[in-house]
Design a protein around this ligand. Structure first.
Ligand code: NAP
Length: 283
């Protein structure tokens, strides 16, 4: 497995396993299968409702804790955000059955972002979160957070796939040493990604699937990726992307697929801001 080194020196696998939309009662099996297939980076969130199941799979795997890289995420917190952030973190840790996480992400750029971030900085200093970062931060919000706080986020996890490539975001993150992480690397199959003619053609040239071409493309851009699958064959396929390389010409053919627009929702859309900000999780 290839790794990236975050701006605080923590090493992170460049490819891992995401568990969004895996029902809680199917998650333990899926994570056990993923660990058996060789995944060591697991990406969950309080909002996914499956942290306990992830924790059971970790415990039952017998894999030494230091070999795993576990990410979870903070949902938007009510005031006082600093106290509630710590409480939310402790709830996640208890559900996961762990004494620390490798990466703690602020899931949405909403609410008392500064209060949440300062609580996360404290968790980082105490060693409870080896790295801290954000998700769904646009370049302007990310830069504001960087310029007005002590710790520069180690990671920004954003929608990134061949139809929404995030080049301006990527350049800003590179400039400030924030690791770009993709969510929805397959665009969850939207735009007929898995049968797209250009991606299929490139795959055929290498004897690889479209999924493998997409993951390889992300890895070659130094973007950490966390494909989700409940199918063990696909899990094995998705981690098998380190034995081929896309040429400059192939990268250029993929570059022109970028539409510059989300396939999910715009985090600036007032309706979404209101919906996400008001959502509260059951503890
Ligand atoms: P995704 O990885 O883009 O796509 C998952 C879909 O692709 C599933 O329907 C899966 O079906 C299918 N698939 C997987 N491998 C395949 C293959 N080799 N061939 C054909 N189909 C395949 O979607 P995602 O789950 O939204 O994103 C990945 C992870 O990013 C999430 O699990 C989560 O950890 C994270 N995420 C974060 C945020 C955020 O706001 N920070 C938002 C969304 C996601 P099967 O399961 O049936 O194989």
């Amino acid at each position: 497995m290839q790794h990236v080194t975050l701006n605080n020196g923590v090493r992170m696998p460049i490819l891992g396993f995401g568990v969004y939309q895996i029902p809680a009662d199917k998650t333990e099996q899926a994570v056990s299968d993923a660990l058996a297939a060789g995944y060591r980076l697991l990406d969950t969130a309080a909002a996914y409702g499956n942290e306990e199941a992830v924790g059971h799979a970790i415990k039952n795997s017998g894999i030494p804790r230091q070999e795993l890289f576990v990410t979870t995420k903070l949902w938007v917190q009510d005031a006082p955000a600093q106290d509630n952030t710590r409480r939310a973190f402790e709830t996640s840790l208890t559900k996961l059955g762990l004494d620390h996480v490798d990466l703690y992400l602020m899931h949405q750029p909403y609410g008392d972002v500064y209060g949440q971030w300062r609580a996360m900085e404290a968790l980082n200093r105490e060693g409870l979160a080896r790295a801290i970062g954000v998700a769904n931060f646009s370049p302007d919000r990310l830069l504001d957070l960087i310029l007005n706080n002590e710790i520069t986020p180690q990671v920004n996890q954003i929608e990134t796939h061949p139809f929404f490539q995030r080049n301006p975001d990527h350049d800003l993150m590179r400039e400030h040493h924030v690791q770009h992480q993709s969510w929805g690397g397959f665009a969850e199959g939207r735009n007929d990604l898995f049968t797209h003619p250009v991606l299929s053609d490139i795959g055929e040239a290498h004897g690889k699937s479209v999924a493998q071409v997409v993951l390889r493309w992300l890895v070659q851009r130094d973007i950490v990726t966390i494909p989700k699958s409940v199918d063990p064959d696909r899990m094995a396929q998705n981690i098998d992307v380190f034995d081929f390389e896309l040429s400059g010409d192939e990268l250029a053919r993929i570059a022109v697929l970028d539409t510059g627009e989300t396939l999910f929702f715009d985090h600036h859309d007032p309706e979404m801001v209101a919906w996400l900000s008001k959502r509260r999780l059951d503890s």
